[in-house]
Ligand binder design. Structure first.
Ligand code: UDP
Ligand code: MG
Length: 340
């Protein structure tokens, strides 16, 4: 028991989780700034880097740093799973009392970590960083992002904060809650908001990417938006009840009109245009409805398959018992509310 307690005492207080996909040009600068920040914060920390199937030298560089600094731990995923899954893997392996997801491209300035921690020490469980401004993003990206947040606010009962990425501080109790969410389609921003707890925010100006290019194109962003809405709202399913009712009511009125007209004025062969319009319109609506059903059905299919979220090819710097998600209970530290 005593040995166990000591083991927990030695656990780091802060875990920084960094998903990385082809981030070779950013790594040196990232660690330089991160270590500068962490040396001013009097807390034990670990930096968990998740290599999300990079095709460049990201892993080799990470291992070099891991050998120099034992605080840096590396999870090498078996392939590219995407940011949301890579982040989930990192959070699963983190043991700190506070967990901070961070982008590798320095768009989430590490200097803000001190402010996140000080708000956490005030007693908040989640401190998220809201982008006051976004440099290096096109007008179209800012506009589409605004529209997305407006839509999701309308249709979802979970209030997902606008202009907020994954950069935030999560208390251990929130991390434990997140680990209990088994879904495979993971819209992390939504999940962070869904779990609740005492949340607050700070503001920052989001700089441009340090090096390299964003791996998101508009098609992927569109899919992420669909993911967010379909995972956090069933409004798109329900809306067809109302659309269908209105169309049925209009069709009924039009049918009554046609019957009366035929009775009063006799049979009229003309009517090709109106028939076509009605057929095309109803056909279009039906296809649209099928599409929406398909979105949800696809998600149900993904979930029932019950596949593991990710596979780890190799892990560096973790105790041998660490096995992330599947055996997590074996390594879970006790939930402590103490903030150092
Ligand atoms: N990322 C990842 N897997 C991916 C794509 C991105 O782990 O498939 C990481 C990437 O290395 C970075 C973070 O997710 O640390 C954010 O990616 P990016 O800068 O491309 O996104 P943006 O800042 O444009 O939202
Ligand atoms: Mg970025």
């Amino acid at each position: 028991m005593i040995q166990k307690l000591n083991e927990f005492e030695a656990l780091p207080q802060i875990s920084i989780v960094i998903p990385m996909y082809d981030e070779e040009p950013n790594i040196d600068h990232l660690f330089e700034r991160l270590f500068a920040v962490m040396s001013n914060i009097k807390a034990d920390f670990e930096i968990i880097c998740v290599n999300d199937g990079s095709s460049d030298r990201t892993l080799a560089l990470l291992l070099k740093y891991h050998n120099l600094h034992p605080e840096i731990k590396v999870i090498d995923l078996s392939r590219n799973f995407g940011k949301e899954i890579a982040l989930t893997a990192g959070i699963d392996y983190a043991v700190g009392q506070a967990v901070i997801p961070l982008d590798a491209d320095l768009q989430d300035p590490p200097e803000l970590i001190a402010e996140l921690i000080s708000r956490w020490q005030e007693g908040y469980d989640v401190v998220y960083a809201v982008r006051r401004s976004r440099q290096g993003e096109s007008w179209l990206k800012r506009f589409t992002s605004k529209v997305f947040y407006k839509c999701i606010r309308q249709v979802s009962s979970t209030s997902i904060p606008a202009d907020t990425g994954d950069f935030r501080l999560l208390d251990r109790c929130v991390v434990e809650a997140l680990k209990q969410l088994p879904e495979r389609t993971r819209f992390m921003k939504g999940l962070f908001a869904w779990v609740g707890y005492r949340q607050t925010h700070i503001y920052f100006d989001r700089p441009e990417r340090h090096e390299g290019q964003t791996s998101w194109n508009y098609w992927q962003l569109w899919n992420l938006a669909i993911e967010g809405i379909a995972s956090f709202s069933t409004a798109p399913l329900k809306i067809w009840l109302y659309v269908g009712s209105v169309i049925a009511a209009l069709a009924f009125l039009y049918a009554t009109f046609l019957i009366l007209r035929t009775l009063i004025f006799g049979i009229d062969i003309a009517g090709y245009a109106s028939l076509m319009v009605v057929i095309l319109f109803l056909g279009g609506i039906q296809l649209l409805t099928l599409g929406v059903l398909g979105e949800y059905l696809g998600r149900v299919y993904e979930e029932v398959k019950g596949r593991p979220l990710y596979f780890v090819r190799e892990q560096y710097g973790f105790p041998t018992s660490s096995a992330g998600r599947e055996q997590k209970s074996a390594i879970d530290p006790p939930v402590q509310s103490e903030r150092f």
